[in-house]
Design a protein around this ligand. Structure first.
Ligand code: GDP
Length: 311
């Protein structure tokens, strides 16, 4: 079996645990040799996009997973249009696909389009920050945005519940289009329906990441050790990590890919074709204008000659 390609992009302020979460999700170390920048470098730093590919196998299905990490956002003093490098990156992948699709080797196109963006919302504060709203709005028509509450271990279960409600309200209020889980058919089995209901109610997923394996209740688990106890990444009563992982690579991967292809890419493609037609139209228009002007000049000359002859 050839397996699948899937591209996931992580975005959100620096330091919210993006690399750690990806690490926990797919057991890869994204930044083995990341160097910390000094203050001067940070100020001038632009968003630097890095790409990593991992091969994973999930229930016998091979998966080529590409993770696009966007370190740096929020480090700079001026964060105006800090999403720009990310939207440009997404567009570039669409452009490449569009070119490949119109080329000769259409059967073997490498699909690098971004299928999903995990957007990290800070756990501090009382909901979305203005930059979160702007960021998600800038991405919403280009990619499936899945919002997450980062570092959920900083909050009590009650605080998580409140923050989730608040974020959902604000998403509605500001008209942010996030990835919508598809409707569950009435003939689906009960277990599936229950799973679907839980997924929808858990949005935005509250997540915790960790790079260390610890001993908890006689098992070795990914977790964070605090003086008062251990937070387990994969324990459903501690956070929604397992829900997110299952949704991404098991239950909803195909839907995320379909929406990317049928909706986001189609929009891009339609826009491209429209621009190309307009260009053609403009060219024809300029050509006709020139021809008309030449004819007018000729006519003027003839009229002048006739006038001179009459005299
Ligand atoms: P990034 O800049 O968004 O990629 O963030 P990193 O993954 O580099 O994490 C920044 C810091 O937050 C590190 O010190 C991590 O150990 C810590 N961290 C990561 N995930 C979590 C989490 O879920 N909870 C808590 N409390 N800290 C975390």
């Amino acid at each position: 079996k050839k397996g699948f390609d899937f591209t996931l992009l992580v975005a959100g302020e620096s330091g919210l645990g993006k690399s750690t979460l990806v690490n926990s999700l797919f057991l890869t170390d994204l930044h083995k040799d990341r160097k910390l920048l000094n203050a001067e470098e940070r100020i001038s730093q632009t968003v630097e996009i890095t790409k990593h590919t991992v091969d994973i196998e999930e229930k016998g299905v091979k998966l080529k997973l590409t993770i696009v990490d966007t370190p740096g956002f929020g480090d700079a003093v001026n964060n105006t249009a800090c999403w720009r490098p990310i939207t440009d990156y997404i567009d570039q992948q669409f452009e490449q696909y569009f070119r490949d699709e119109s080329g000769l080797n259409r059967k073997n196109i490498q699909d690098n389009r971004v299928h999903c963006c995990l957007y990290f919302i800070p756990p501090f504060g009382h909901g979305l920050h203005p930059v979160d709203i702007e960021f998600m709005k800038a991405l919403q028509d280009k990619v499936n945005v899945v919002p997450l509450i980062a570092k959920a271990d900083c909050l009590t279960p009650f605080e998580i519940k409140k923050l989730k409600e608040r974020v959902r309200e604000e998403i509605d209020k500001y008209g942010i289009k996030i990835y919508q889980f598809p409707h569950c058919d009435s003939d689906e089995d009960e277990e599936f329906k229950q799973q679907d209901k839980e997924l929808k109610e858990s949005t935005p997923f509250a997540v915790i990441g960790s790079n260390t394996v610890v001993e908890a209740r006689g098992h070795r688990v990914r977790g964070r050790v605090y003086p008062w106890g251990i937070v387990e990444v994969e324990n459903p009563s501690h956070c929604d990590f397992v829900k997110l992982r299952t949704m991404l690579i098991r239950t909803h991967m195909h839907d995320l890919k379909d929406i990317t292809s049928d909706c986001h890419y189609e929009n891009y493609r339609a826009q491209c074709i429209q621009n190309m037609t307009r260009c053609e139209h403009d060219k024809t228009y300029t050509w006709s204008q020139k021809k008309l002007r030449r004819m007018q000049q000729m006519l003027q000359k003839m009229q002048q000659q006739m006038h001179e002859q009459e005299l």
